[in-house]
Design a protein around this ligand. Structure first.
Ligand SMILES: [Zn+2]
Length: 245
């Protein structure tokens, strides 16, 4: 898009899609870029089907818990939140009032949730979509629980469906994660991936397939298209309650 085309879009629309992800280990078979590449794929397809502007994907996220595995490039929660906020506020300068964030990485959710609250104070309504939260609801029988974890079959299938050339299925492994020595019921620990797995895979990855990945992609894109279309129709002021009269 040139600036002249951007002017055309922003003068007629007040909604945009912002994909975000991370660059972190996903076991020996999957690329480090898994989380931002899947977010980009879902966001761009949704943009195509809804006519809503999609920004470039933000590739680095909050993933220091994967750093014991080589090549994981991460930023702090504070830096991530500030960076995404500045991106959203620059969209706000051109009149964007509704933003759909397509998040590809669970570690980003806490700062994104805080950010959505802060942006609402600025008059911008931001939603966050996560495909792996939607998929088990939309396709409950496609994968077992052990296939739906980090770098397991569901995520590997998405990689196969979207960018097969980046996956090396000869290297695929299944690994049952072990419990941390300090784990107990009701306790939350600051765990690193290396505390629980040797390969970086949680669960069963070897059952991944292109066909299953395509099913997940179609289902989550259809759901996201529904959400974006409803956000498009609703007025920004109707999304955010006013003081009671
Ligand atoms: Zn991932």
């Amino acid at each position: 898009m040139s600036w002249a085309e951007a002017k055309e879009y922003f003068s007629k629309n007040n909604i945009a899609i912002v994909p975000v992800g991370s660059n972190e280990e996903h076991g020996p078979a999957n690329p480090l870029g898994t989380d931002h590449l899947i977010a980009k794929g879902i966001a761009e397809e949704t943009a195509k089907r809804t006519g809503v502007l999609c920004l470039q994907v933000i590739p680095f996220g909050v993933s220091s818990h994967h750093k014991q595995f080589w090549g994981t490039v991460f930023v702090s929660p504070k830096a991530f939140k500030k960076y995404v906020k500045d991106v959203c506020l620059s969209l706000g300068y051109y009149g964007i009032r509704k933003i759909v964030v397509v998040n590809g990485h669970g570690g980003n959710l806490a700062p994104l949730t805080e950010l959505a609250r802060e942006l609402r104070e600025e008059g911008i309504f931001m939603s966050v979509f996560q495909w792996w939260t939607a998929a088990p609801k939309l396709l409950p029988n496609l994968f077992a629980a052990e296939e739906r974890r980090h770098a397991a079959a569901e995520e590997t299938s998405m990689n196969l469906a979207l960018h097969r050339h980046l996956v090396n299925m000869e290297k695929v492994v299944d690994e049952e994660p072990r419990k941390h020595a300090a784990q107990a019921e009701g306790v939350t620990l600051p765990l690193a991936t290396a505390d629980e797995t040797n390969s970086g895979v949680f669960g069963k990855a070897s059952t991944a397939s292109i066909a299953k990945g395509k099913k997940v992609f179609e289902a989550v894109v259809a759901e996201l298209v529904r959400h974006v279309n409803s956000m498009k129709k609703l007025k920004a002021e109707d999304l955010m309650s006013k003081p009671k009269v």
